[in-house]
Design a protein around this ligand. Structure first.
Ligand code: ADP
Length: 629
């Protein structure tokens, strides 16, 4: 430090940056930056911090300078002169504070961190630049020399001018400054003269600082029109305003379906305003990876940190849009730090709980809204069943299904199903397939329809991955109706026809087995069929047919698990077959009919790979049927 007195009364002191600081500045200015525009975000957020501190001090009754001054940020630019000035009425700085804040690196380890970035050829982006308290210096990206004039809000303070070319030294001198606060001014480098253009500066402010809680004036005009809606309580929020805000942040043309303001104080402090969109973007439903980089916006102390912050929510909730604003992270926290921060983990946990409670309330109080929501996002929510085990029970309660007792498009919950089950029904039955109409036409449903037992109809493709994993609900096992080991002992009294006697049935089953050979695990008598002659079911440990179809789609080499063919021995076709076998077991028509019945059952559940043989066999049978007339 040298002491150049100019006239003895107004000394200009020259200070030398520490060696470390010099290298740091050099790195920032010459090697690492990518987006020079973020200097403006850094300056505005510093100003905003300074204003928050004054506001706080005023609230806590401290004696402060200019108590009545407007809390605001003023920016003036001159495109001809290429000058930029930003002024705030914040806390300002004393001489000691100037030296401590703008003359040294705040945190140890900063330099080595920056150097390692350089070695890895990484770029210093907006999120990183200020992580270690060096945000202010980003201004040297756009200028050769900066002047900071400041006066602390302490009543006995004086004004100081700090000036530096960001090279190796800075100077401090005492000045006359009437008002408290800080004014930072500089001339832009030629290649950055855009930052003296009004439209450009306005654009940057809107992008990064639109919700700063203090007015930002550019010239005479206030640029940040939108106030921090999420800082308000629910009663202070107007639907119209909230909807506009949603459309702005979510880039949606539609109003949101619903919104949820959240305010949490305790282990962590944050406010949030979350939105349910009305519709899911189609790509979100088809590709789970679409969810990877989505999420609400993360603000720290009203300054935007990340536009789509994935770490705020678990994957299966990342379709939710909105803003989360916390006091508990540092303003310049980097993406990496956000990811591993315990604060974030806590916020995520609280948000998840609040969101699931929100869904539950919607379901109870606004069932129509919930239905719209569930139709749009049900498939995404279900991902959570296999990933969020803490909340699995809550998610299971949210599930909705069509069933044999609901109208198309209406839903039943597992709880409702369980509560209206017949007394001696022990299991919850489901049936999966590609559409409601296909499911309703399936022979496997006949017994249940006949007996008035409700069956859940699952036609969402993800169902086969999640529903079988819910082994039971309310102590009642969930069971696919295509399983072979279902108890069908209860039957309606009056039967259309008597089942075949054992001595007639055995040869039929035997010939079926011979005819279908290796393709099938077994052929057995059915107790579930009413109107159809045959059906396919899976063994006790076999995969559900729908599940198998999905697995095959993903992994084409997987061998198909063998199915069991069940035969309805009361059905005329089967009874006729028994008669034909008695007459002449070698009649080739018998085998043709058996193959056709089997492939027909396969066809019904979408498992027939080629229809060529099926159709030519059909013609053969038509020919036989028309021959005798
Ligand atoms: P950070 O803001 O991350 O701490 P900066 O390098 O941006 O790092 O700023 C260093 C310090 O300088 C700030 O912490 C603050 O104490 C002080 N400072 C910067 N700008 C202002 C301002 N406009 N008013 C008052 N103090 C300021």
């Amino acid at each position: 430090m040298s002491n150049n007195s100019n006239n003895g009364t107004m000394p200009v002191q020259e200070f030398e940056y520490k060696a470390e600081m010099k290298q740091l500045l050099d790195l920032i200015v010459h090697s690492l930056y990518t987006h020079p525009e973020i200097y403006l975000r850094e300056l505005i957020s510093n100003a905003s911090d300074a204003l928050s501190k004054v506001r706080f001090n005023a609230l806590t009754d401290q004696d402060i300078l200019d108590k009545e001054a407007e809390l605001a940020i003023k920016i003036s630019i001159d495109s001809k002169e290429m000058t930029f000035v930003i002024e705030d009425s914040g806390v300002g700085m004393t001489e000691e504070e100037l030296i401590a804040n703008l003359g040294t690196v705040a945190k140890s380890g900063t330099l080595s961190f920056m150097q390692s970035l350089k070695e890895q050829q990484k770029q210093l982006d907006g999120n990183l630049i200020g992580q270690f308290g060096v945000g202010f210096y980003s201004v040297f990206m756009v200028t050769e020399e900066v002047t900071v004039e400041t006066r602390s809000a302490r009543p006995d303070s004086q004004g100081y001018r700090w000036r530096s070319g960001g090279q190796g030294t800075y100077t401090i001198e005492k000045i006359d400054k009437a008002e408290r606060g800080t004014t930072i001014s500089f001339k832009l480098k030629e290649e950055h003269k855009e930052f003296a253009e009004e439209y450009r500066v306005e654009q940057i402010i809107k992008k990064y600082s639109n919700f700063v809680d203090f007015p930002i004036y550019l010239g005479e005009k206030q640029v940040n029109s939108i106030t921090a809606l999420w800082q308000r309580s629910k009663s202070e929020l107007k639907d119209e305003e909230v909807n506009e805000f949603y459309k702005f942040i979510a880039n949606d043309y539609n109003d949101p379906l619903d919104f949820l303001p959240i305010s949490v104080e305790g282990m962590v402090t944050f406010k949030a305003l979350l939105f349910l969109p009305k519709e899911a973007p189609p790509e979100m439903l088809y590709r789970q990876s679409e969810l990877e980089n989505r999420g609400p916006q993360l603000y720290v102390k009203k300054v935007l940190i990340q536009n789509e912050c994935r770490d705020l929510l678990p994957e299966y909730l990342r379709f939710i849009a909105g803003v989360v604003d916390t006091e508990d992270l540092s303003l310049n926290v980097s993406r990496e730090v956000v990811q591993s921060s315990p604060v974030m983990a806590k916020i995520r946990q609280i948000l998840t709980t609040k969101i699931l409670a929100w869904f539950e309330t919607l379901a109870k109080e606004q069932p129509e809204k919930f239905k719209t929501f569930y139709k749009a996002f049900g498939p995404i929510i279900k991902i959570g069943l296999n990933t969020d085990f803490t909340n699995r029970d809550k998610l299971i309660e949210l599930l909705r299904f069509e069933s044999t007792r609901t109208e198309e498009g209406d839903y039943v919950t597992l709880r409702e199903y369980s509560e209206r089950m017949g007394e001696d029904q022990k299991e919850i039955y489901y049936h999966s397939g590609s559409s409601r109409s296909q499911l309703l036409a399936h022979p496997n449903l006949e017994y249940f329809q006949d007996m008035g037992i409700e069956v859940l109809l699952l036609s969402d493709p993800v169902d086969v991955f999640v529903i079988p994993s819910i082994h039971e609900f309310d102590k009642k096992p969930l069971k696919s109706i295509e399983k072979a080991d279902i108890d069908f002992s209860k039957q309606k009294k009056e039967k259309k026809a008597e089942p075949l006697a054992e001595n007639l049935l055995a040869p039929v089953l035997q010939l079926f087995r011979e005819t279908l050979g290796e393709g099938i695990e077994d052929v057995i008598e059915s107790h579930r069929l009413v109107n159809s002659p045959v059906t396919l079911v899976s063994g006790k440990d076999g995969l559900d047919s729908q599940m198998e179809k999905m697995m095959k789609m993903m992994q084409s080499t997987m061998p198909a698990a063998k199915r069991i063919l069940e035969v309805n021995t009361s059905h005329p076709i089967i009874r006729n077959l028994a008669g034909m076998i008695m007459a002449d077991a070698n009649n080739p028509l018998i085998r043709t009919v058996m193959k056709q019945l089997y492939e027909g059952a396969l066809f019904l559940e979408g498992g027939l790979d080629s229809t060529t043989a099926f159709l030519s066999r059909m013609n053969e049978l038509i020919e036989a049927a028309t021959l005798s007339r």
